[in-house]
Design a protein around this ligand. Structure first.
Ligand code: XMP
Ligand code: MG
Length: 183
């Protein structure tokens, strides 16, 4: 695919590379401060959180360990059902650990709500959530999210880890899709 084709698929840029990097630096500073003197395990949720994890981890000044999970929401279509299946589990024993789940986006919140409960059952000291994007209008559960990059309108977005049919994950910005792509 040519670069020009990618450009033609996008309606507009929501957050540029610079805006994302700036916000991630701010979140990293907050996280460094909040976890000072404690060892932190950051858990990236595959595949969407790959970009946020990579940039957040490099923006942090404290020692962190990194692990990954892959989950999939049961149910049809693009709607999250809240019933989650673990496709790849952590390699780390969470007993006594300070855990920070890193996500690309929170939509209904059902996936993260399930994941937080699941991780809490493993005996960690704390479990918090960091997400680059959140859609407040789509929330179906009351979920306490400690670190939020940007609250966005209830629109489908791609880029910076987020995909439409596995495409656009590699973009270094977040944008909305032109209707001709999904209609
Ligand atoms: P819930 O509804 O459980 O779902 O919070 C979160 C998951 O839904 C996907 N999702 C999106 N993916 N653009 C995407 O590329 C979007 O606008 C979007 N909204 C939700 C995503 O996989 C996320 O982990
Ligand atoms: Mg995802």
């Amino acid at each position: 695919m040519e670069t020009s084709d990618v450009q033609a698929d996008l309606k507009h840029v929501l957050y540029s590379r610079e805006q994302i990097q700036q916000r991630i630096a701010e979140l990293a500073a907050d996280i460094d401060k909040d976890y000072e003197g404690r060892e932190l395990l950051i858990v990236g949720v595959l595949k969407g959180a790959v970009m946020v994890m990579a940039d957040l981890a490099r923006a942090l000044h404290s020692h962190v360990k990194m692990d990954w999970m892959a989950v999939s929401s049961y149910g049809s279509g693009t709607q999250s059902s809240g019933v989650v299946r673990i496709l790849k589990d952590l390699e780390t024993d969470l007993m006594g650990k300070h855990v920070l789940i890193v996500e690309d986006i929170i939509d209904s919140g059902l996936t993260l709500s399930w994941l937080k409960t699941n991780l809490l059952s493993r005996g960690p000291a704390t479990v918090e959530i960091c997400t680059l994007l959140r859609k407040p209008a789509a929330a179906k559960v009351d979920l306490d999210v400690k670190y939020v990059g940007f609250d966005i309108p209830n629109e489908f977005v791609v880029g910076y880890g987020l995909d439409f049919a596995e495409k656009y994950r590699n973009l270094d910005f977040v944008g909305t899709l032109a209707p001709h792509v999904y209609e």
